[in-house]
Design a protein around this ligand. Structure first.
Ligand code: ADP
Length: 307
């Protein structure tokens, strides 16, 4: 019976100026999934790692997306055991559920000799995301499956574009150890916006895409503003405003909420700057006695991969 082990990376959705549109794949932060063929048809789950996630195959993102894939494939006389080593805390804002949704379908597709395209895999992974977030949003899973920085033009048509990643772009992640469920944090975002705000958000997003292709770090910095979610969601994150100020005054080219939080991201030019910002943010959190995890990552251009 064959098996395969995959690295399922974390991801940063929104990147401030692309609410529900942009995603960025992280490099050294993620879960591991081993998928093993088994004699009996169907899906079985095995959970290891530090964090509690549902062990019911109809509630876990990894098995739900795997079932969606198998339902679209010819009938098999064997099945798959999905063993998840969860390393990204659920409700993290760095795509814990997306790592599982994408990882399981990627691994099974490899074992089946790739009958499905990446776009079809996004479709199956969306079923896992829906179960966790109650909405069909491909921003995290597109980044995990395609790698790099991705833009979802349409969730309905699954029109997804992989953008250019500037070579020296590095990300610092600060993850306060509290859980915010995407479904809760969505509900506090305004549904209606003034036209001036819509124009501001659109102009930042458009210019951000141009900045990525021109590797223009100053322009990236001018674009990282979040008019939609940050004014409300930042209230749920301890010390958000102070941390943002510390990051920016120490050379961050953009600081914001990762996905629906509580994780925060900072962008920097080069790893040294990213590590320096991480150290300064850590100092503040230690003074405030807030538990956190922190990381520095490059942008993972490959996405989910076999290890
Ligand atoms: P995140 O941004 O970290 O993915 P979400 O709120 O989107 O946070 O998803 C977390 C929710 O999804 C939790 O309630 C968790 O129990 C549930 N969940 C179901 N399956 C998984 C999984 N395989 N990995 C992570 N979370 C899962």
């Amino acid at each position: 019976m064959k098996n395969i082990k995959v690295f399922c990376p974390g991801s940063v959705a929104n990147i401030s100026c692309g609410f529900d549109i942009l995603g960025l794949c992280l490099d050294n932060i993620g879960d591991e999934i081993i998928v093993t063929e088994k004699k009996e048809p169907g899906i079985e789950l095995e959970l290891t790692g530090n964090y509690k996630i549902p062990n019911d195959i109809n509630k876990n993102a990894a098995s739900i997306s795997a079932i969606a894939l198998l339902n679209s494939y010819k009938e098999l006389n064997y099945g798959f055991k999905i063993s998840i080593e969860k390393k990204i805390k659920p409700g993290s804002g760095i795509g814990s559920s997306a790592a599982s949704s994408a990882g399981s379908v990627y691994a099974i597709n490899e074992l089946l000799n790739r009958p499905f395209s990446k776009k079809e895999l996004i479709n199956f992974a969306l079923e896992g995301e829906f179960a966790c977030t109650k909405s069909y949003h491909a921003d995290n899973i597109a980044a995990v499956l395609l790698g790099g920085i991705t833009l979802v033009r349409s969730n309905k048509e699954l029109d997804i574009i992989k953008l250019n990643t500037p070579l020296e772009l590095f990300v610092t992640i600060i993850h306060p150890q509290i859980e915010i469920k995407t479904s809760d944090s969505r509900s506090i975002v305004n549904r209606k916006f003034e036209i001036s705000k819509v124009i501001e958000q659109s102009s930042n997003l458009g210019a951000f895409v141009s900045a990525l292709y021109n590797e223009d770090y100053d322009l990236i910095s001018r674009c990282i503003h979040d008019i939609i979610a940050e004014p409300h969601r930042s209230e749920l994150i301890p010390e958000f405003r102070n941390l943002k100020e510390i990051a920016i005054s120490n050379g961050s080219i953009g600081f914001g909420i990762s996905g629906s939080g509580p994780s925060m991201f900072s962008l920097a030019r080069g790893p040294e700057k990213a590590y320096f910002i991480k150290k300064e943010l850590e100092k503040h959190l230690q003074i405030k006695k807030i538990n956190f995890k922190s990381y520095v990552s490059s942008v993972n251009d490959e996405g989910v991969k076999i290890i």
